[in-house]
Design a protein around this ligand. Structure first.
Ligand code: UDP
Length: 239
């Protein structure tokens, strides 16, 4: 059966999601909107949607090859992907290898400090509350996930971290931290979902420490398009 795009299901900050003629699949379109600080800072950046779609597609393909299952089915065009339909679990699962961003402020650890081992954190995805940092007990209390599911999410995020560290190292990039999202399928399976791109990862050039990620936008360091293009070019050259 040929998959056909149907009506709009949902509009997010940077993506539109459409139903298809298959109940288990949705059609996602990456847009050019950039936001930071829970939408406090906003801009339309031509070319950003394409870059994030292509980078995410490539990374999910690489993860799939290494046995990490995700919602990704295939890239449809420069800005579109076919993905499995899941109900997103309202958690941002953040993995940190090196201190940066909110972590440095919360703990007073200098940006760039290598952590002895990776750390997994949960944030409650709730715009009205500004996505607060929460712990396992809160996740359980809010009935977001069971204790078994919490353990699964942590193990999965650390596994993804191992794969991503290796992948980025091969293209001269140090993986500082990143955010993952997970979703539940109709059958109740939990799958890695959303995107993995310079919007959701901190990526530093191994040799120069140059920021190759959204911090260029958050911190007004310049134009993100050539920076994201550089990440895509390195991925395409190597994989
Ligand atoms: N992150 C994200 N979306 C968010 C918040 C964070 O993708 O809404 C990513 C961010 O790009 C970084 C990591 O998660 O790679 C950790 O972010 P942090 O908690 O340091 O927050 P920030 O300093 O970016 O506000």
């Amino acid at each position: 059966m040929t998959v056909e795009k149907q009506e709009l299901l949902y509009t997010g900050k940077a993506k539109n999601v459409y139903l298809t003629n298959d109940d288990n699949l949705v059609w996602v379109e990456y847009m050019n909107q950039a936001t930071a600080g829970n939408g406090a800072k906003k801009a339309e950046i031509a070319g950003k949607g394409e870059l994030n779609n292509q980078i995410t597609s490539k990374i999910f393909e690489i993860l799939t090859k290494h046995g990490v299952h995700s919602h990704f089915v295939r890239q449809l065009s420069d800005t579109e992907q076919l993905i499995k339909r899941v109900a997103i679990i309202p958690l941002e699962v953040v993995v940190r290898n090196v201190a940066a961003g909110s972590f440095t402020k919360r703990l007073g650890i200098e940006e760039g400090t290598q952590l002895r081992h990776p750390i997994v954190e949960f944030y409650f995805k709730e715009d009205a509350l500004d996505d607060p940092f929460i712990n396992d007990a809160h996740v359980e209390l809010l009935e977001i996930a069971t204790p078994q599911e919490i353990e699964f999410l942590k193990r999965s995020a650390l596994r993804v971290n191992e794969e991503l560290i290796k992948m980025f190292q091969e293209i001269g990039i140090r993986l500082i931290d990143f955010k993952l999202e997970y979703g539940r399928t109709h059958d109740g399976d939990i799958l890695l979902a959303d995107e993995i791109s310079p919007d959701t990862c901190r990526l530093w050039d191994i040799n120069t420490n140059e920021h190759l990620d959204k911090d260029v936008f958050r911190r007004d360091l310049g134009d993100i398009v050539p920076v994201y293009q550089e990440v895509l070019n390195r991925l395409n050259d190597k994989f």
